[in-house]
Design a protein around this ligand. Structure first.
Ligand SMILES: Cc1cc2nc3c(=O)[nH]c(=O)nc-3n(C[C@H](O)[C@H](O)[C@H](O)COP(=O)(O)OP(=O)(O)OC[C@H]3O[C@@H](n4cnc5c(N)ncnc54)[C@H](O)[C@@H]3O)c2cc1C
Length: 569
């Protein structure tokens, strides 16, 4: 006998879209605002065709991997006991990789248009979470940027064509290994060594242990290492590229100790790797290693981590909103309950806010890549690339969690929806490419050292000045919060150590200000949806509440009292 509840679920499944490009609220209008012109037809078709392939090819492939726990496996030796250190993947992984690489994402130009093309395609891809593809793509793009911007002509000739390929079976994959066991965030404590090679001029030999090595199957590893005799700390780090193999078969001076068994991003191979005299080539000048690692690798990853977090949020809204329209409880469709409606509206508004700040960041990335950015825009980029990663990664976990709640018990079931998978991935997105505290500390240092607050403030005020109604109540609220934040932030920057916890909360509010500003700009567009103004108003109402930014001076004392006088001493 047909069960009415199951029929509702079947209809829910039928109602799910088969093209994610069409489902991201106002995406074309947001792109139009940040790109300064409407999308042309061929770009729209390109995005739409990839949105279709993500939903119909990549998502089903990722589902197979997760449903059957078909995660990467380490094959340390071949059948004759010869070390090969290979990683084996399920064929569904290759299906997903082929579709992702064929999108041309890896081949986008490093210019203004290219930044948006990459961000949009990566946003669509991230509707499946990490899916075993997102991290390899980000690492490969980071490696390509490092080599294109910094490496010698010989290294460019060797690797650039492979790194920008569109055929997953022949393209080169990149990875980036900074983290060591003694404290991942503290890259300056790295002890991996580099010594000049005695045979190949200009080449080096790398030895040491890297503790978190994602895309362990990569063809090229970007690695930070300290040349013998170099300075301690980050100043003494150089950046190298290590080819996986020199003869196409055997590992180039490394052993994969093991693959990590992770909470999320499980389709991705993350290993612990020991390097022992691996042949390597420098990327850029030796004494520029840390700068290259941050500006080419980490900044790319942090930007795209935010784009990926937005993809996870968009998918969460999609799953929860379609479910709520089909599920009945107590005889009524749950989307009619005010408490459910409020949750859905907030998920939608916060997702839109994350998209808004991330596309504003993409505009800055594009202007820098185009060579057109002013010093002020470069400063705002430096602030936003870290602060935006921090808030969007937290928002992603929070939003998937709330979407799971809307699906009720079904939300916790692994194969009922992608939400459990997205939730696990989102938690990993929070920690890699910089944990929350570390990013906040970085922003705080940058604000002190480079005076970033002033260009950020000017940028916000300039965005608000471009509104057709710059004195609307929403814009006024944003300005009021911005002004009162100013005073608290100044205190935090004068006394950085005791105030760093306060700074983190103030930075969160400053990011709310930035996201609200971007939403107001988007709502002002002629091409914006009718809901956009309401989204901006709801976000401002819930996130920019004047009294919440007051910083009680006794806060630090209470924390110490709660933990006890001898805690960690
Ligand atoms: C699945 C996965 C894959 C990864 N892949 C890679 C990879 O491919 N390559 C790579 O290089 N790394 C990789 N990482 C490592 C990741 O970037 C690190 O986990 C991250 O940098 C944090 O380092 P840690 O884990 O050692 O934490 P720690 O540095 O030990 O930090 C622990 C805690 O202390 C806090 N903390 C640290 N310093 C400060 C401070 N100054 N002020 C306040 N709080 C602080 C942190 O916020 C955190 O909460 C991966 C991580 C994961 C989870």
């Amino acid at each position: 006998m047909a069960q009415p509840g199951r029929n509702d679920l079947l209809q829910w499944r039928e109602a799910k879209p088969s093209n994610y490009f069409a489902t991201v609220l106002d995406l074309e209008s947001v792109l139009e605002l940040r790109m300064g012109r409407p999308l042309d037809l061929s770009t729209t078709e390109d995005f739409s065709s990839f949105g279709l392939r993500v939903a119909t090819v990549i998502e089903p492939a990722v589902q197979i991997l997760e449903r059957n726990r078909e995660f990467p496996k380490l094959r340390p030796y071949d059948e004759l006991g010869v070390p090969i250190d290979e990683i084996e993947f399920h064929p569904a992984n290759d299906v997903a990789a082929r579709a992702a690489w064929a999108s041309g994402m890896l081949a986008t130009r490093l210019d203004f248009h290219g930044a948006f093309e990459l961000a949009t395609k990566f946003l669509l891809l991230s509707h499946v979470g990490e899916g075993g593809q997102a991290c390899p793509i980000v690492c490969t793009i980071g490696m390509r940027r490092a080599i294109e911007h910094r490496a010698s002509g010989a290294i460019k000739d060797l690797y650039l064509a492979g790194l920008t390929g569109t055929d997953a079976s022949s393209a080169l994959r990149g990875s980036q290994f900074l983290t060591e066991v003694q404290g991942g965030s503290d890259v300056g404590a790295n002890v991996t060594r580099a010594v000049p090679d005695e045979v190949v001029a200009g080449a080096w030999r790398i030895s040491g242990e890297k503790w978190f090595c994602s895309v362990a199957d990569a063809d090229l590893f970007a690695v930070t290492a300290r040349p013998d005799g170099a300075l301690p700390g980050t100043k003494g780090l150089a950046c190298f590229v290590i080819p996986r193999s020199l003869d196409g078969v055997s590992p180039n001076g490394f052993r994969l100790r093991r693959l990590k068994d992770k909470l999320g991003t499980r389709a991705l191979a993350s290993a612990e790797i020991d390097f022992d005299n691996a042949l390597a080539f420098p990327i850029g000048e030796l004494d520029q290693g840390f700068n290259i690692a941050v500006s080419e690798l980490l900044n790319t990853s942090r930007w795209l981590n935010a784009v990926g977090s937005v993809g996870i949020m968009c998918r969460s809204y999609l799953e929860a909103s379609t479910f709520a329209r089909h599920r009945e409880a107590f005889g009524v469709v749950i989307a009619t309950y005010p408490a459910v409606r409020e949750q859905l509206a907030l998920i939608k508004a916060e997702t839109a806010a994350a998209l808004a700040s991330t596309m504003a960041l993409t505009e800055l990335v594009g202007r820098i890549d185009e060579g057109a950015a002013s010093p002020k825009e470069i400063a705002v980029h430096r602030f936003l690339v870290n602060a935006n990663k921090y808030v969007t990664s937290i928002a992603a976990s929070d939003i998937v969690h709330r979407a799971i709640e809307i699906l009720g018990g079904n939300g916790t079931i692994e194969d009922f929806s992608p939400l459990p998978r997205l939730y696990r991935d989102a938690v990993v997105f929070e920690s890699w490419e910089g944990t929350h505290n570390v990013l906040c500390a970085q922003v705080q240092r940058d604000c002190i050292r480079l005076g970033l607050l002033s260009p950020v403030r000017e940028w916000v005020l300039n965005e608000l000045s471009m509104l057709s109604a710059p004195d609307s109540s929403g814009a006024q609220r944003v300005k009021t919060i911005l002004e009162s934040l100013q005073e608290h932030l100044t205190t935090s920057l004068m006394e950085p150590a005791p105030q760093s916890a306060n700074f983190r909360r103030q930075l969160t509010t400053l990011m709310d200000v930035i996201q609200a500003t971007c939403l107001l700009r988007e709502a002002d567009q002629a091409s914006a949806s009718d809901e956009k103004s309401a989204i901006a108003a709801l976000f401002i109402e819930r996130h920019l509440v004047p009294d919440t930014i007051v910083t009680p001076p006794v806060w630090t004392r209470h924390v110490d009292e709660v933990l006890g006088a001898t805690f960690a001493l």
